[in-house]
Design a protein around this ligand. Structure first.
Ligand code: ADP
Ligand code: MG
Length: 830
């Protein structure tokens, strides 16, 4: 069949695509824009605003009514825009990790997005991938598929081409692969038959990839808080209406006062801040090669206490180089002059066209010492694939009418297959340890002949050939990253399939903190869960571990109360990735399954990137906190003013109009300015935040109360004083508004950093939006006080230069005094 050699041509692809559309298993449920707009209208804030508007219209104050309406639209569009942007960011991120597949087109093997597949495409699938469409097997080698998702059958299904099947006619066919199922071992070439909704999976029509995005713990906490505040607001609102009505007997005005207070209390900024900060955080991380699959992971990242990482490829570069060779009882340091025989065994023990860095390194060396032509005609008649359990791979060839087997793997497992005398064993062990203590990865080689073709490796008798010591250097920056983990109170645990001496040597090299314990997979097998829980407290290097052990390690750590981040790439890593608080899949060498199970995907497979993202996670959480603190503080004067005026029988300082105006300043301030604040210098010098820690610590609550109170006093006392001294309400209001708005600007500056002084914050003009928002705020303030049109609307009047300066000064002091507290804190820490 031509097609199997060439694949589809470009024109054919175009034609099929037009006919069959995209290969999408399920239609993404697009929430319509209308629904989103309606969602915005469910916000209590908007309902209150609408109420106020109606009251104004009823009172015949059409100007106010119209302005309120404009505010309504404004707030709506801001909320809508922010939510839309957060959604869009998340969708863009999801697209980045959409599955890909190898396909043959125009006689070239290329990688495309699975959604681009069309019927009749020839595709290549290997273990760890999801089957992207319903296909028929063309060629399969040892290919097993987990079809539980469709058939409920937990045993893996063996797959082979139609010719080889025995003709039993089941609904689920042995020669068919079904979209959504999972390749768990072997490789397969197949031809696409059905795509998208017409696949068996499409018929069921549910999604595998899209886990329902749940609210993060923080979002839940804040959600609870919002409800409580709303309830308090409702109670106070009724109280104010009542008090106000008792003293003024003016019902409409009392309701207006009540609504003003309710508007002030509703904390509608909180959810917006969370959505924006988390999604923007994820967006920024994506630029640094980290894709968050679950938004909640952004938040968990910062509280990670243990990082469990693979050695090969994550801590090291996974670029292998043969550095030492041992065979014929001699070490050979010059890899250019190895014996022809040893080189041949090495070549035969590798896969053809291997992409495995380890094999590539061995092949490179072997090729230098013999010509490959001599091996061209050898035919492989059986392959034993490498797997992390056996830690061995072997090929069986037909050679001179006999079977010839060449195997390589970890020294322990190879020796088990060889008959060696005690002396040789001792010698091998010595050499292996010698290589390993130099941090080299050790691979042993063996071969043998046999009259029969056996199905199991241990049925062959092999003779030991020699060992390779391969250098795999740590990645750049790993040492610094480990150091910064140490100061940040994060434990780094190295998990590897390698020999423990190799692991320990590398651990020492990169400055991993570890006591002399290194636990091997076999030892884990012998431990009970309770023993393991004790061991994981101390042990930072786990060697000769298979993926199944990772699950137990994660469990033990989590039982100990740790927040665990765990890396993984293989099919068998998926359960551990799911179990970990943060499962990290490798983008480069990770399988589709690992990526699906993970919370986070590391595009560059690099350990230092993980540490960077932890730092970012901490920064994001820190900034969320700062924004929350700010929101709390600024609401204190607003609420207390609304509450105290009727109590002291004063006219309302802030009318609904002013509250709206303040909200318009507060919204962008908290969601934009604090989002881009750079990390505090101490962010990686403190232990991880406990997940049990409340959103606001006692310290923070104190700060909120103190700063809020001074802001209230600075706005309320002068108003009281001025009104008592016979000044017009408009004048006094202008004064209070000025103190409040100026106080707000300073408040943001003061609380931007807990360590840097306000001067340093001001000098740092990286935060352009802060400067812009502050300028806008000042302009707005001046306009509402001095522009006659706005004066009549906002019920204000012009202040003289002297009074304005006084108000300004008072505003600066009302929040700026916190700088002194910061100064004292700094001195105390010196
Ligand atoms: P890790 O990735 O954690 O370093 P692996 O499971 O990949 O561990 O490898 C474990 C051991 O298996 C290695 O130390 C080596 O001895 C052996 N090994 C790895 N790759 C191969 C291979 N391609 N062929 C034979 N043996 C291998
Ligand atoms: Mg490996």
């Amino acid at each position: 069949m031509e097609r199997i050699k060439e694949g589809l041509s470009n024109e054919e692809v175009m034609r099929y695509k037009q006919k069959y559309g995209l290969n999408e298993l399920f239609k993404k449920e697009n929430t319509t824009i209308l629904k989103k707009i309606l969602d915005v209208f469910k916000e209590p804030m908007l309902l209150l605003l609408l109420c106020t508007t109606i009251i104004y219209f009823m009172l015949g104050e059409f100007q106010e009514g119209i302005v309120m309406l404009i505010f309504v639209l404004f707030v709506c569009s801001i909320t809508f825009f922010q939510q839309w942007k957060a959604d869009r960011t998340m969708n863009a991120l999801k697209n980045l990790v959409s599955p890909e597949i190898h396909v043959l087109r125009d006689a070239k093997k290329i990688k495309i997005k699975s959604s681009e597949l069309v019927p009749n495409d020839i595709i290549y699938i290997s273990q760890g991938e999801r089957i992207p469409a319903d296909c028929e097997v063309v060629e399969a080698s040892n290919f097993y598929v987990d079809e539980a998702i469709l058939t409920g059958e937990s045993e893996p299904a063996y797959k082979q081409c139609k010719k080889k099947c025995d003709g039993i006619d089941d609904y689920w066919k042995e020669y068919m692969l079904y979209a959504g199922t999972l390749a768990i071992s072997g490789t397969c070439t197949a031809i696409v038959k059905k795509i998208g909704a017409s696949t068996e999976y499409g018929k069921i029509g549910k999604s595998i990839y899209e886990a329902r995005e749940e609210d993060t713990p923080l979002q839940k906490k804040v959600g609870g808080l919002v409800k409580i505040l709303a309830a308090i607001g409702a109670v106070l609102c009724i109280a104010v209406i009542f008090i106000s009505y008792m003293s003024t007997q003016n019902f409409i005005n009392s309701i207006l006062s009540g609504i003003t207070l309710a508007m002030a209390i509703i904390p509608e900024e909180f959810p917006v801040v969370l959505a924006v900060f988390l999604s923007m955080g994820a967006f920024r991380l994506a630029k640094k090669n980290v894709i968050m699959r679950k938004i909640s992971a952004v938040e968990t990242l910062g509280s990670t206490t243990v990082l469990c990482v693979d050695k090969t490829g994550t801590i090291t570069e996974n670029k292998m180089k043969v550095s030492k060779v041992f065979y014929d009882k001699k070490s050979h340091n010059d890899t250019n002059s190895l014996s022809k025989e040893f080189s041949m065994v090495s070549l035969l023990a590798c896969q053809k066209d291997s992409t495995d860095p380890l094999e590539k390194a061995i092949i490179e060396v072997a090729k230098k010492n013999m010509s490959v032509y001599e091996l061209e005609n050898l035919e492989i008649c059986k392959k034993f694939d490498f797997n992390s359990n056996t830690k061995i791979m072997a090929n069986v060839y037909i050679m001179d009418d006999r079977y010839y087997i060449s195997a390589k793997g970890s020294p322990e497992s190879i020796i088990k297959l060889c008959k060696c005398n005690k002396e040789t064993l001792e010698e091998i062990k010595l050499k292996v340890d010698f290589f390993a203590t130099k941090g080299l990865r050790v691979i042993a080689l063996a071969d043998g002949t046999s009259e029969k073709l056996f199905g199991k490796l241990d049925e062959y008798s092999l003779s030991f050939k020699g060992i390779y010591g391969l250098q795999d250097s740590p990645r750049e920056g790993v040492q610094e990253a480990i150091k910064s983990c140490n100061t940040a109170g994060i434990r780094v645990v190295m998990i590897t399939g390698d020999y423990y001496k190799t692991a320990v040597a590398i651990g020492e090299n990169i400055g991993l903190k570890f006591s002399n314990i290194s636990v091997t997979g076999e030892e884990i097998d012998r431990m009970t869960d309770v023993e393991l829980m004790r061991v994981v407290k101390e042990c930072n290097i786990f060697s000769r571990v298979i993926p199944e052990h990772k699950m137990r390690i994660v469990n033990a750590l989590r039982y100990n109360g740790e927040i665990v981040a765990m890396t993984g790439d293989g099919v068998n890593d998926a359960p551990a990735l799911k179990k970990a608080d943060i499962g990290i899949a490798m983008g480069g060498r990770g399988t589709e399954v690992a990526k699906e199970a993970a919370d986070m995907i590391l595009l560059d497979d690099n350990f230092t990137t993980i540490v960077d993202s932890v730092r970012d996670g901490r920064r994001i959480f820190d900034n969320i906190r700062k924004a929350m603190i700010y929101i709390f503080i600024i609401h204190i004067p607003i609420i207390t003013l609304a509450l105290f005026s009727p109590i002291f029988e004063l006219p309302q300082i802030l009318l609904p109009m002013h509250i709206m105006l303040l909200e318009l300043i507060i919204d962008p301030t908290c969601s934009i300015i604090f989002e881009i604040e750079p990390a505090e210098s101490y962010i990686m010098n403190q232990p991880p935040r406990s997940t049990k820690e409340p959103l606001l610590t006692q310290e923070m609550v104190k700060k909120v109360l103190m700063q809020g109170t001074t802001m209230f006093l600075a706005a309320f006392l002068p108003f009281h004083y001025l009104v008592d001294n016979g000044v017009t309400v408009e004048f006094a209001r202008s004064f209070s508004l000025t103190t409040l708005i100026v106080g707000n600007i300073i408040l943001v500056l003061v609380n931007s950093s807990n360590t840097k002084s306000i001067i340093e914050v001001l000098m740092d003009n990286r935060n352009k939006s802060r400067i812009l928002i502050n300028i806008m705020t000042v302009l707005v303030l001046i306009s509402i006080i001095y522009m006659p049109v706005l004066q009549s609307l906002f019920k204000t009047s012009s202040l003289g230069l002297k009074t304005f300066t006084e108000a300004l000064g008072l505003g600066v002091i009302s929040t700026g005094w916190w700088e002194i507290v910061k100064l004292f804190n700094r001195i105390r820490k010196l």
